[in-house]
Structures are given as C-alpha cells and as structure tokens.
Write a protein that binds this ligand. Structure first.
Ligand SMILES: C[S@@+](CC[C@H](N)C(=O)[O-])C[C@H]1O[C@@H](n2cnc3c(N)ncnc32)[C@H](O)[C@@H]1O
Length: 193
C-alpha cells in the first residue's frame, strides 16, 4: 500500500492532514536526525505518524487523538504499514493525557486543536528532552493569524490563541524558535542550552 492512498482517502472524507508542502519540509528536517521517542498530538488517520516512523527507523511513536473513529482508522493504517509495534495510540483529550507522562520526548509534533496550543505549551516544555524539538503545524491558520483587521467570531478564539502561542514560543527565554512560511505555517522550537 502506498501512503498516497491514505492521503487521498482522508482528503475525500475531509479529514485534515499534513499538506504536501509540509510533509516534504518535515521529510527534509528528519534527514539528519535520529529520534527515539516521538510524541504526536493529533493522530487522525496516522499519516504523519507513519511518515515519522518510516523516516526514523529507531523511533517509537506515542500519539494522542480524542476521536475514536480516527483512532480505529489509524490503528488499521499502522498495521498496514507494519509499524504497529512501534506505536502507542492513546485515546483521550490531549490536555488530560499530557500530564500523565513520566518520560521525555526528543520530538513533539503538535497537530491537534489549534486553539489549545498555547495551553499545552508549559506541559510540552516539561516533556521535551534537552536536545529535543517541538514542532507545531498550522500556526498561521489559513493565513488568518497574520492577516490584519477583523477576525470573524467563529475563528476568533483560535486566531487569538495562535497569536499568543507564536508570541510565547518566540519570546520564551527557555526556547529558540524558527517559524517557516511553509504550508499553513510551521514552527520548530528547541530548548536553549
Ligand atoms: C489536523 S488533524 C491531525 C493530522 C495528522 N497529524 C496528520 O497529518 O496525519 C487533528 C486531529 O486532532 C484531533 N484532536 C482534536 N482535538 C483534540 C484533543 N483535544 N485531544 C486530542 N486530539 C484532538 C482530531 O480528532 C484530529 O484527528
């Protein structure tokens, strides 16, 4: 089976996944890395998780999703791609699950509810290995985060919270952050030495 098939099936069902440009960017980022413990918030159908595992042969993935239907599809996909032994799928609300870990992660991929990134940040910093990376996707939220002027009510909380998140990762004295105008906006943060 081809990973492209997963992407096509999900897009037909309007399930949001990594954009192609973002996937390509991540593949490049992964090239010289050797991650062991990856944490993902937002499994969906397992596409980004499979991408990480295929390109990080020594890595184990812990991935959280609140949606049972997504979890079931992801479970099947992890099996189809023979990575299921390297995955721990956790069903739950990330805000509850994040405080239950007693291990560190060398890569954290934040791709869950966009309005919650800022709330997760303090916990994510605690979970990050000293040489680890925190990557957050969709931080521009279809361009609305950087647009000037009126933000429609239904997007306001997400946009305001993403602006707070960007401000926090750029100005946090513990973090070094780069923001990339790729796909829907992606950030890569590291703990300062
Ligand atoms: C953008 S999709 C993830 C896409 C996936 N990372 C990929 O590219 O293949 C976001 C996912 O976050 C999940 N989600 C939304 N709110 C959540 C929450 N509070 N806790 C955990 N997962 C959540 C949704 O069910 C959805 O599957």
């Amino acid at each position: 089976m081809d990973l492209k098939q997963i992407v096509e099936d999900a897009r037909q069902e309007h399930i949001p996944l990594l954009l192609d440009e973002t996937a390509e960017f991540l593949l490049n980022f992964l090239k010289d890395k050797n991650f062991k413990n990856i944490l993902e918030i937002g499994t969906a159908v397992g596409y980004s998780g499979i991408l990480f595992l295929q390109n990080q042969p020594r890595a184990f993935l812990t991935t959280i999703d609140i949606n049972e239907k997504m979890q079931n599809i992801a479970k099947q996909n992890f099996k189809k791609f023979n990575v299921e032994k390297r995955v721990k799928l956790i069903k739950g609300d990330a805000k509850d699950v994040l405080s239950s870990f007693n291990q560190k992660f060398d890569l954290i991929f934040l791709d869950g509810p966009k309005g919650q990134y800022i709330k997760y940040l303090p916990q994510l910093k605690l979970l990050l290995d000293k040489n680890g990376f925190l990557i957050a996707d969709n931080i521009f939220f279809h361009g609305k985060v950087r647009a000037e002027g009126f933000v429609p009510h239904k997007h306001r909380t997400i946009v305001v919270n993403l602006r707070k998140f960007i401000d926090a990762i750029e100005n946090d004295e513990m973090l070094m952050t780069q923001i990339y105008d790729i796909g829907d906006g992606i950030s890569i943060s590291k703990l300062k030495k």
